[in-house]
Design a protein around this ligand. Structure first.
Ligand code: 5GP
Length: 191
């Protein structure tokens, strides 16, 4: 998505550890118009899939997920993160290791908002090692719902997440694909 790549080129900064900071339009300040276009693009890519719900993980996935839900006219659920180990039996849960924060969070989705007939689209801001999407897939498995695929705003293609998910047969659609962040420079995968 050209508009997204332009924003990354203009505002993205590279932090140590291969982390791309996009606080100017995605992770802190949010560009609503760009997010609307992101949502419309995912809606187009996953049209005719019979998607009934969009899932994401709080908090950075919420903006693109809400816009996707708006464009698809389906509800959006954001899995909540808890540091505590408390287990509640009205929740589906999975443990997710955070690449950027180097901590493990338990993510949970209330059973109240999951129907066995759901077909879910998973949205996230970044795909790196694939832990966040894996966590949502684990919950989908527990809930017995169908998964249409994953819509990713920024894929770091040099990290293993996208490849591993595709190998498992999960459809992954990424709107910007980064080949390298070496030497503090963002290089995109050529289409
Ligand atoms: P994964 O679970 O695929 O390893 O990493 C995805 C999650 O880690 C995303 O939800 C995102 O919040 C965070 N993340 C991973 N890489 C980056 C990065 O380069 N920049 C930012 N801002 N977040 C990242």
């Amino acid at each position: 998505m050209k508009e997204l790549e332009e924003k990354i080129k203009q505002y993205g900064t590279v932090l140590p550890g291969n982390v791309l900071k996009v606080d100017a339009f995605l992770n802190h300040q949010v560009d609503p118009e760009l997010m609307l276009h992101v949502g419309q693009e995912f809606a187009k890519l996953f049209a005719n899939e019979g998607i009934t719900k969009v899932w994401t993980v709080e908090s950075s996935g919420i903006a693109p997920a809400v816009m996707t839900g708006l464009a698809m006219k389906v509800p959006v659920i954001f899995a909540r993160k808890h540091k505590s180990l408390t287990l509640k039996n009205d929740m589906y849960t999975a443990d997710v290791y955070s690449y950027t924060k180097k901590t493990t969070n338990r993510i949970s989705i209330s059973k109240k908002y999951v129907a066995p007939t759901d077909k879910v689209l998973m949205i996230d801001d970044f795909l790196a090692n694939g832990q966040a999407v894996e966590g949502m897939l684990e919950i989908a498995d527990q809930a017995g719902v169908e998964v249409a695929g994953a819509g990713i705003v920024i894929e770091k293609s040099f990290q293993p997440g996208a490849g591993e998910l595709k190998e498992r047969g999960i459809r992954v659609e990424s709107l910007a694909r980064i080949k390298s962040l070496a030497d503090n420079k963002v290089t995109f995968v050529e289409d």
